[in-house]
Design a protein around this ligand. Structure first.
Ligand SMILES: [Zn+2]
Length: 274
């Protein structure tokens, strides 16, 4: 998947391929100078944007697998954010906790049913309520399986409805996470900072935030407190559970986001490699 970026040395527009790490080591074909581009985006955001782009370009079937993957990665995001939030509240070293968390996740990574089980337990522990959206009906699991595993060719309106459902679930999770989402963002920033440290001094680093369908929190809503810079103060449990989940009409919420941000996503990723 390609996107355009601008050479910081000469202003030339370069099409480059999005990399899983979010870190792109680039050399300008115009001025031959090197720079490293860091994209501030989470995996689930990227996958949902790719699905949106596919949907807007008429590739309804391809969109389904991107949306489905985005949801799974959003569950992973929630789980990690919630567990890091708890570790921060216990003043534990978040880098150590993160390594332990990665080791734990490795045990689940190849089986989505295990991931779902872990997510459900963590969700219940943090929110104090059952993840009622995890039923096969709510997740439209049958539709997903027909498309992905049985070669069903879905109509665009079916994919629209599927995307709207998943969008609503993911939005709800992000709202419930609140500032806890920053825990994962801080880790990404730390990874980027470590990569930045390894670069020779003469290489320019550029950080970009791309438009996306989600607005994952990247700044604290609470005033900063003293303590480790990597530690985001946890959301008080009472605040987390007393915030009512918004009652959304899935289709309306998705269409509003598409109008506001979908075209930006399509424009960003719409061009082919030149
Ligand atoms: Zn250049």
């Amino acid at each position: 998947m390609n996107f355009p970026t601008t050479c910081p040395h000469c202003g030339h527009t370069v099409q480059t391929e999005y990399l899983d790490s979010g870190i792109h080591d680039l050399t300008c074909p115009n001025c031959q100078q090197r720079w490293v581009l860091f994209i501030r985006k989470h995996r689930f955001e990227m996958l949902f944007d790719l699905g949106t782009r596919a949907l807007l370009m008429g590739f309804a079937r391809e969109a389904v697998s991107n949306f489905a993957s985005a949801l799974e990665r959003c569950f992973e995001f929630y789980l990690k954010a919630a567990l890091l939030e708890r570790a921060a509240s216990e003043h534990r070293d978040l880098l150590v906790v993160s390594r332990e968390l990665d080791a734990t996740w490795k045990l689940l990574v190849s089986q989505s049913e295990r991931q779902l089980g872990a997510f459900a337990a963590v969700y219940f522990s943090r929110q104090g309520q059952a993840p009622d959206f995890l039923t096969p009906q709510s997740l439209q699991a049958d539709f997903r399986n027909r498309v992905i595993h049985r070669g069903y060719l879905p109509r665009e309106e079916e994919v629209d409805a599927y995307a709207a459902r998943l969008f609503a679930i993911m939005n709800r999770l992000l709202e419930e996470l609140g500032d806890a989402a920053l825990q994962v963002t801080v880790l990404q920033e730390r990874e980027y900072a470590a990569a930045l440290d390894l670069l020779p001094g003469n290489v320019t680093a550029v950080f970009e935030e791309h438009p996306g369908m989600f607005r994952t929190r990247r700044e604290q809503t609470n005033p900063p407190q003293l303590g480790s810079p990597a530690s985001v103060p946890p959301t008080p449990r009472s605040a987390a559970s007393s915030t009512p989940s918004p009652v959304l009409n899935d289709a309306a919420a998705f269409q509003t986001a598409l109008r506001e941000r979908g075209t930006l996503v399509a424009e960003l990723f719409g061009k082919r490699k030149s």
